[in-house]
Design a protein around this ligand. Structure first.
Ligand SMILES: Nc1ncnc2c1ncn2[C@@H]1O[C@H](COP(=O)(O)OP(=O)(O)OP(=O)(O)O)[C@@H](O)[C@H]1O
Ligand SMILES: [Mg+2]
Length: 394
C-alpha cells in the first residue's frame, strides 16, 4: 500500500510538478521533449508491475529517461525523483554493496547533469556537496529499513516453518490412525449397504428409514474413501510432467461441472515449459479438490481463475474464486482434518490437498476476503532436479 502510494501516485505527481515548474520558470529546453520523457518515465514505473520479468530493461529505461528528463527540465528539483527511484531500486536489489554502488552512480549522474546547466561558483559547488551528503544519508536510512524488514521476514518464515513441521507431525499421526480406522469401519458398512439394497429389492418394511440410513451410509463411505487415501503410504509415481499439462487435464475434467453450476472457469498465464517431478493423478486430484471447493463457495454465478507462472526459483499456481470467502479466524483451521462448514462435507479435502503438495516438496497458502473470494497459492520449488523448468523462463 505504502509503496503503491509512493511510486504510483506521489512520484507521477512530482514529475508533473517538475514539468509545470520548468515551463513556468522558462527553464525547459524543449517543452514537447520534456513531456514525452515524463510520460516514458511514469509509464515505465507502471509497466514494471505488468512485466516483472523485464525488470532489468524497464529499470534501464527508468534511469535513462530520468537523466534526460532532468537535463531537459534544467531543474535541481529532480533530485527528489532520483531519491524516490533509488529507494525503489534498493528494495528490489539484493545486497547492501550493490545498492550503495548504484546509489553512488545515480547521484554521480545527477551531479554531472546539474553542473552542466548551473554556473560553476562556490554556491553551486557547495550545493552539489550538500545534495551528495543528503543522498548518502537517505541511502543509509533506506538500507537500514530494508535490513530490519528482511530480519522481520526471516523470523516470520522461521515461525511458519516450525508451524508447518508440527502440522506435518499431526498429519503423520493421523495417517496411521486413519489406516486402522478406515479398515475397521469399511467392512461392516459394506454389509449394511448390501443388506439395505437387498431389503429394498424385496420390499422389506424398512422403507421409512431407508433414505435416512442410506444417506448416513453414503456419508460414511465417502469419509472412509477419503480417509484411506489420506493414510495411503507414499507410493506415488513421481515423473517429470508439465504443470500446464496437468492443469489442462483438470480444466477438461471440471469445465462441465463448473458450467452446470452456472459459473465460469478461466485459465490464464500458462507456461507449458514448467516441469516438476510429480504424481500426475494426485496432482490432478489436488486441483479438482480446490475447484470443487470454489464451486461450492460461489452462491451467485462466479468465476474461477487459474494462473500458472514462475517467480524466482518457484513455480506458482493460483486458484482464485469469487465466492463467499473465509473469515480470518477460520483461515487457520481450513487445513485441519475434519474442519468443515458444510452439512455434507468431511473436512478432509484440504488436508489431503496439503499432504499431497507437501509430499511434492511444495507449499499451499490461502488468502481470502469475505464476500469477495478466496485465493489458494501453491508453490513448487524448481531446482536442478527439474532441468526443463529452470531452462525455460516464463
Ligand atoms: N474456496 C473456498 N471458499 C470458501 N471456503 C472454503 C473454500 N475452500 C475451503 N473452504 C472452507 O474450508 C472448509 C474445509 O474444506 P475441505 O475441502 O477440507 O472440506 P469440505 O469441502 O468441507 O468437505 P469435503 O471436501 O470433504 O467435501 C470448507 O468447509 C469451507 O468452509
Ligand atoms: Mg472440499
Amino acid at each position: 500500500m505504502f509503496f503503491r502510494l509512493m511510486y504510483h501516485i506521489v512520484l507521477p505527481i512530482y514529475v508533473i510538478f517538475v514539468i509545470f515548474s520548468s515551463f513556468t520558470l522558462d527553464k525547459s529546453q524543449n517543452n514537447f521533449l520534456l513531456i514525452l520523457l515524463g510520460v516514458i518515465f511514469i509509464t515505465s514505473i507502471y509497466l514494471e508491475r505488468v512485466y516483472p520479468r523485464f525488470l532489468i530493461y524497464i529499470a534501464a529505461i527508468q534511469i535513462i529517461s530520468l537523466l534526460l528528463f532532468h537535463f531537459t527540465s534544467q531543474l535541481n528539483w529532480c533530485f527528489s525523483i532520483y531519491i524516490i527511484l533509488l529507494s525503489k531500486f534498493l528494495f528490489q536489489i539484493r545486497g547492501v554493496l550493490k545498492g550503495i554502488l548504484l546509489g553512488f552512480v545515480l547521484i554521480a549522474f545527477y551531479t554531472v547533469i546539474r553542473i552542466s546547466y548551473t554556473p560553476v561558483n562556490s554556491y553551486s559547488i557547495l550545493a552539489v556537496g550538500s545534495d551528495f551528503l543528503t543522498s548518502l544519508a537517505v541511502l543509509l536510512i533506506i538500507q537500514y529499513i530494508i535490513e530490519m524488514e528482511r530480519q522481520k521476514n526471516a523470523l516470520k518464515e522461521e515461525k511458519k516453518r516450525e508451524e508447518l513441521l508440527s502440522n506435518k507431525e499431526k498429519v503423520n499421526l493421523l495417517s496411521e490412525m486413519a489406516a486402522g480406522l478406515a479398515h475397521e469401519i469399511r467392512n461392516p458398512m459394506t454389509i449394511i449397504q448390501g443388506f439395505l439394497q437387498h431389503s429394498k429389492e424385496n420390499q422389506y418394511n424398512i422403507q421409512p428409514w431407508y433414505d435416512l440410513i442410506m444417506s448416513e451410509v453414503s456419508r460414511m463411505n465417502k469419509l472412509t474413501v477419503e480417509f484411506l487415501q489420506f493414510s495411503k503410504p507414499n507410493v506415488s509415481l513421481y515423473q517429470s510432467h508439465s504443470i500446464h499439462g496437468c492443469l489442462k487435464r483438470v480444466m477438461s475434467l471440471t469445465e462441465s461441472k463448473v458450467r452446470q453450476s452456472g459459473h465460469k472457469i478461466v485459465y490464464t498465464e500458462y507456461n507449458p515449459h514448467i516441469n516438476i517431478q510429480m504424481d500426475f493423478d494426485k496432482m490432478v486430484q489436488v486441483f479438482v479438490n480446490l475447484i470443487n471447493n470454489s464451486i461450492q463457495s460461489m452462491v451467485e454465478s462466479g468465476t474461477i481463475t487459474i494462473r500458472l507462472f514462475k517467480v524466482e526459483n518457484k513455480a506458482v499456481v493460483e486458484v482464485r474464486d469469487t465466492g463467499v470467502g473465509i473469515e480470518e479466524a477460520d483461515l487457520k483451521k481450513i487445513f485441519n482434518p475434519f474442519y468443515t462448514t458444510k452439512s455434507d462435507g468431511t473436512g478432509l479435502g484440504l488436508s489431503i490437498v496439503q499432504k499431497i503438495i507437501q509430499d511434492h516438496g511444495g507449499t499451499i497458502e490461502a488468502n481470502s476476503s469475505l464476500n469477495q473470494g478466496t485465493c489458494f497459492t501453491i508453490c513448487f520449488p524448481l531446482n536442478d532436479v527439474n532441468p526443463d523448468a529452470s531452462e525455460n523462463e516464463l
